[in-house]
Design a protein. Structure first.
Length: 400
């Protein structure tokens, strides 16, 4: 079945949702009256709301004064809500059913990088967290948008200004594989991105939060930072960081939390091309997937397959691919390919994924998971301005 604005494409995705006139930086999946919806946040300053079947495009949400950088979905008072973040330094809360902006939240001094929804530990009420390049995470009530707290992730160094050049460098696609430099110790892949960040930190200081997720029953926050560190926060007000440790050798761009066989786990994806799965309480990496992709890992989504099999991860990357992984098992390494250019041979081994999905023509920036007629599906967004729908277990074309 076609999908309205979607069309069947000669790749391994089920369907393609087109309409944005610029790249997409954020994506969220959620339910409205029991039906799956996808929200995409774009560099064209709009949010689009889609169905996954039939006439897909439902709403185009306009109002932000600059490009959109992040989006998250949650439920408040029994109704679906989405919150979008932008380079205009604001967060907007929307009613995705009616296509209306409900609240505009101001306070950040630089553009917003990532967002997530979580819950008040005492009341269970919905909260929204927005992390910006001003070195802060701001938390807001999900119902009326009123501010809750300002978490100072890292003090802003004096004299920094957010120039248009730096704005672009912090959201632009990463360098191609040919720009990699030699192999890291132990055969791990290594990118020039790490040295660039170290030499020229973004306006939020050395450690702005580039990734954020909710854990502990969605009542606490875990963050990933530009210097490769990770933090867990003691509470929603950010009174103290409960833990701070070195998670990766390059910026942490992606986090997702899932229920593992032995408890809650957190997966992280990085500019060092690896994925790690953590026991957050112990700050211990239980699984390491080196060389998950040929470029930085930009996004992750976790899900429990409907057939009851172990939890899975899907990663998206600057190499334009999606990859499917067992979330709690270290994969084998792919055998080395003969005839590779010298720079690729030095980049180190690549891990063998359960499946790799191709179709996007540039950086995969965001992922979401949902069920369709009892079958697992994944939605992806990319800098090519497209949302694509996938069966993560099938690398052949299908219908949505």
């Amino acid at each position: 079945m076609g999908c309205g604005a979607a069309r069947m494409i000669p790749d391994s995705s089920l369907a393609q949702l087109g309409g944005h006139t610029a790249g997409i930086l954020g994506l969220a999946t959620f339910l409205v009256d029991g039906e799956v919806r996808v929200a995409s946040a774009s560099h064209d300053k709009t949010v689009r709301i889609w169905r996954t079947t039939g006439e897909c495009l439902i709403h185009v949400l306009e109002g932000h004064g600059d490009f959109l950088t992040a989006i998250c979905a949650y439920e408040s008072g029994g109704a679906a809500r989405i919150a979008s973040g932008s380079a205009d330094r604001t967060v907007r809360i929307w009613d995705p059913k009616e296509g209306k902006c409900l609240h505009i939240l101001r306070g950040h001094e630089y553009f917003i990088k990532v967002m997530t929804a979580f819950k008040d530990a005492s009341t269970g009420d919905a909260l929204v967290a927005s992390s910006a390049l001003d070195g802060t995470i701001r938390t807001w009530r999900g119902d009326d948008g009123s501010p809750v707290a300002v978490i100072k992730v890292h003090a802003q160094p004096p004299g920094h200004e957010l120039s248009s050049i730096r704005r672009q460098s912090l959201v632009a696609p990463p360098p191609k594989r040919g720009s990699m430099v030699g192999g890291a110790p132990g055969g791990a892949r290594k990118s020039q991105y790490k040295s660039k960040v170290a030499a020229k930190p973004p306006p939020g200081g050395e450690k702005p939060a580039f990734a954020i997720a909710a854990f502990d029953g969605a009542t606490r926050l875990v963050t990933g930072h530009a210097d490769g560190t990770m933090k867990t926060w003691a509470n929603a007000s950010g009174d103290a960081a409960a833990a701070d440790w070195q998670g990766h050798e390059a910026p942490v761009f992606a986090l997702c939390v899932f229920a593992g066989a032995a408890g809650e786990r957190c997966a992280s994806g990085s500019g060092d091309f690896s994925i790690k799965v953590w026991d957050l309480a112990a700050r211990a990496a239980l699984v390491t997937i080196p060389g998950a992709h040929d470029e930085k890992v930009c996004c992750l989504v976790c899900f429990a397959p409907p057939d009851g099999s172990p939890a899975k991860l899907v990663s998206g990357s600057g190499d334009m691919q999606l990859a499917l992984w067992d979330a709690e098992a270290t994969p084998e390494l792919e055998p080395p390919e003969k005839g590779k250019p010298d720079d690729e041979e030095e980049a180190g081994p690549r891990s063998k994924a359960i499946n790799r999905l191709e179709g996007h023509t540039t950086v995969v920036s965001s992922l979401g998971a949902y069920l369709s007629n009892g079958k697992q599906r994944v939605a992806s967004a990319a800098w090519d301005g497209k949302v694509r729908l996938w069966d993560p277990f099938d690398d052949g074309p299908g219908v949505c």
